[in-house]
Design a protein around this ligand. Structure first.
Ligand code: SF4
Ligand code: SF4
Length: 206
């Protein structure tokens, strides 16, 4: 699940110069995290109308990052009257809509991290997309993103009462130790981890 947060409304208004706006929400991550589902789209519509924008229509697509423009248009003919699309999804979804539509696209959200939902709790920043996943060596907890220092060989020794010395998060390495202990795999703590191979995280290989 992609975790995003809404941009400040004043920042959206600052860049949104066009008058006729169509709003697109996302039925997946943005709905689940309450930043771009139907209630948020309707709230945005209300606020933009109050700011004297002409809202030519709105929709919540089942999944903005995986859609076809023909399908979007067939259900939302009003989109043709739009000078700009305000997309309430992650950056991936906004980019897809921009590519498909050829219309000016503005993202209403800022994409923060790759997270998940565990027992109904939204968990931010679970993966840094390094392209070389080795979380089994850490009891399933990724130190790259969950340790404040991103230590692959931890802990740093600064934690107090299970809290990180950098901020108030629980120490990731404390969690790794407890998890490995529970699984009977404390020997994994002996592994000396080489730095990540950053070539595996190359952007835009195609
Ligand atoms: S090791 Fe890499 S791919 Fe695996 S969870 Fe961490 S950042 Fe993501
Ligand atoms: S206290 Fe724990 S989470 Fe914080 S930087 Fe040190 S090892 Fe990482």
């Amino acid at each position: 699940m992609i975790i995003s947060r809404q941009k400040e409304f004043k920042d959206i208004l600052r860049v949104l110069k066009e008058q006729n706006i169509f709003i697109i929400g996302c039925g997946k991550c943005a709905t689940r995290t309450h930043v771009g589902g139907e209630p948020e789209v309707l709230d945005m519509k209300k606020r933009l109308a109050a700011a004297r924008k002409n809202i030519v229509g709105w929709t919540v697509l089942s999944s903005v990052c995986s859609t076809s423009w023909d399908e979007v248009l067939s259900f939302n003919p009003g989109i043709k009257k739009a000078d700009a699309l305000l997309v309430m999804s992650c950056g991936g979804g906004a980019s897809v809509i921009s590519m498909l539509s050829g219309i000016q696209v503005y993202p209403a959200l800022d994409t923060e991290s790759l997270g998940g939902v565990c027992r109904d709790e939204i968990m931010k920043e679970q993966c840094g997309m390094c392209g070389e996943c080795t979380i089994w060596e850490y009891g399933g907890i990724c130190p790259l993103v969950q340790c404040a220092k991103g230590l692959l060989n931890g802990p740093c020794g600064g934690a107090a009462d299970g809290k990180c010395e950098v901020d108030d998060r629980p120490c990731a390495w404390d969690g790794i130790y407890e998890k490995l202990k529970k699984m009977g795999k404390l020997e994994y703590l002996e592994i000396l981890h080489e730095p990540k191979d950053h070539s595996k995280k190359q952007r835009r290989k195609n």
